[in-house]
Design a binder for this molecule. Structure first.
Ligand code: 7TS
Length: 406
C-alpha cells in the first residue's frame, strides 16, 4: 500500500495546526474524507439534486438511481444477500436503536434476557437498558478477561435458553479488541437468540461478510469509513426485518394511508421514513469505491503494522500505561501516569497531534479499567510511521512538561 499516494487524496491532512504539520490520530471518532467523496457529493448537488422515490421528473430518477446504486454498493461491501436487507439510517446509533425499538420492544417480555458486554459503546448499551426496562427483560453481561477480551466459555455460561438478544461490538472503540462475533453468533443461535453486531469500528477497517459471520443485524456508520456524516447502515436478515414494524413513520415509507390505518412499503424502504440523506449515500458509495480500490485486507494489514509499531515505541515510555489486548486493531488507548488524559490531549494538540481524550462513550468500561478517562490514538489508511514517531516524541515532551509543573 502506497500511503503517500493515499494521503494526496485527503486535502485536510496537508495543513499546519498550532504551527506544526497536522498528525490526525482520531479516526475512531471520525475519519477524514478523500477528494473523491467530496467531489461525488459536490457533483450530486451541482447536477442531479432532487428528492428520491417521488414523482417522475428526470433529476428525480437520476437521484433515485444514484441512491439505489449506493445501496447495491453497500450490499456488496458487506456481502448481504439482497438490497432488501440494507437499510440506510443516520448512523450506527440509529441502526442499533432501530433494532432495540422495532425488534426488542416488540418481541421481548418479562423473563427474557438481553446479553451484552461491559466494553460496549453507549450506543450499544443504553438502547438495551431501555428495552429491558420497557419489556421487563433482564440485561446480562459477559465478563471481561483481564486483557479486555471475552472468553467463549463465559459466553456459553451467560447465554441461556431465556436469552433473546446477544449484542456486541465487533471491535471495541477503546481497547481495540476484536471480538469473535461469528462464534458468539453460533452460540446465540443454538439458544434461539438473535445476534446484533455493532460494526462501527470494524466495517471501516476489515473485510466484513455478514453472511459468513451469520449475524442477524449489523450496524455501521459512513463517517468512520472516509464517508460523510449523517448516514449509516443497518443490515438485517430479511425474515427478521419483515416481521418488524417501522421505527419511524411518515413520508415515502408507506404503501397506502387511510384516516385510521396505514400499510408500509416493502423492504428496505419500510424503514426509511422522511427525506433520506441522498448526497451522503452517494458520498458513501464513493468512499466504498476508494476503500475497495486499496483493498480492505491491505488497509487492515497497514493498521496492524502501525499499531504494533506504536505499541513497541510507546511501551518504551516509562509511566505510560497502555490498555487492551496485544492482538488488536489500529488503536491505542493509554494514560500518562499522574496526568489527566485531557491534559495529555491538549499538550499533544499544541504540537499538532490530534488524539481523543475522555470516556469514549464507554463509561462502564472506564469503571472496569478504574480510570476516569483515557487518551486514544487511532490509525487509518492515511497514517504513517512518522505519525507514530511524532506521537512518541509528543508524549515524551508532554511527560517532561508535566514533570516540571507537577
Ligand atoms: N459503536 C462504536 C463501537 C463506536 O465506536 C461508535 C462511535 C458508535 C457505536 C456510535 O457511532 P455513531 O456514528 O452513531 O456516532 N465511536 C466514537 C468514538 O470512539 N469516539 O467518538 C465516537
Amino acid at each position: 500500500m502506497d500511503v503517500k499516494a493515499v494521503r494526496k487524496h485527503f486535502p485536510i491532512l496537508d495543513q499546519k495546526v498550532n504551527g506544526h504539520p497536522l498528525v490526525y490520530l482520531d479516526s475512531a471518532a471520525t475519519s477524514q474524507k478523500p477528494d473523491v467523496v467530496i467531489e461525488a457529493m459536490d457533483s450530486y448537488y451541482r447536477k442531479i439534486n432532487a428528492n428520491i422515490h417521488r414523482g417522475v421528473h428526470t433529476l428525480g430518477s437520476l437521484a433515485t438511481d444514484a441512491y439505489e446504486e449506493a445501496r447495491e454498493k453497500v450490499r456488496r461491501f458487506i456481502n448481504a444477500g439482497s438490497t432488501e436487507e440494507v437499510i440506510f439510517t443516520r448512523g450506527t446509533t440509529t441502526s442499533l436503536n432501530t433494532v432495540a425499538y422495532s425488534y426488542a420492544r416488540a418481541f421481548l417480555k418479562e423473563g427474557d434476557e438481553i446479553v451484552i458486554t461491559p466494553m460496549e459503546h453507549h450506543a450499544n448499551l443504553i438502547p438495551w437498558q431501555q428495552a429491558a426496562k420497557a419489556t421487563g427483560a433482564t440485561l446480562k453481561y459477559i465478563p471481561l478477561q483481564k486483557d479486555g477480551t471475552i472468553d467463549l466459555e463465559d459466553v456459553r455460561k451467560t447465554v441461556t435458553e431465556r436469552t433473546k438478544i446477544v449484542a456486541m461490538a465487533h471491535v471495541s472503540n477503546v481497547l481495540g479488541t476484536i471480538n469473535p462475533v461469528k462464534e458468539v453468533a453460533a452460540i446465540a443461535h443454538e439458544k434461539g437468540a438473535v445476534m446484533v453486531v455493532d460494526g462501527a469500528q470494524s466495517a471501516p477497517h476489515m473485510k466484513v461478510d455478514v453472511r459468513a459471520l451469520d449475524v442477524d443485524f449489523y450496524a455501521f456508520s459512513s463517517h468512520k469509513m472516509i464517508g460523510p456524516t449523517g448516514i449509516g447502515v443497518l443490515y438485517g436478515k430479511k425474515a427478521l426485518l419483515e416481521k418488524m414494524e417501522p421505527f419511524e413513520t411518515g413520508g415515502e415509507m408507506i404503501d397506502v394511508v387511510d384516516l385510521y390505518e396505514s400499510t408500509w412499503k416493502q423492504l428496505p424502504w419500510k424503514f426509511e421514513a422522511g427525506t433520506m440523506p441522498i448526497a451522503e449515500a452517494i458520498g458513501l458509495a464513493a468512499a466504498i469505491d476508494f476503500l475497495e480500490q486499496i483493498g480492505l485486507e491491505a488497509i487492515h494489514d497497514h493498521e496492524i503494522r502501525l499499531a504494533n509499531y506504536a505499541l513497541e515505541r510507546l511501551s518504551a515510555i516509562d509511566g505510560l500505561e497502555i490498555y487492551g489486548p496485544r492482538k488488536r486493531v489500529g488503536l491505542i488507548t493509554f494514560n500518562l501516569k499522574g496526568v489527566h488524559a485531557h491534559d495529555v490531549a491538549t499538550a499533544l494538540d499544541n504540537l499538532g497531534i490530534a488524539v481523543r481524550a475522555g470516556h469514549h462513550c464507554a463509561q462502564p468500561l472506564m469503571k472496569w479499567l478504574c480510570v476516569p478517562a483515557t487518551a486514544r490514538a487511532s490509525f487509518y489508511v492515511y497514517n504513517t510511521e512518522e505519525d507514530v514517531d511524532r506521537l512518541y516524541e509528543g508524549l515524551l515532551k508532554t511527560k517532561e512538561f508535566f514533570a516540571d509543573v507537577l
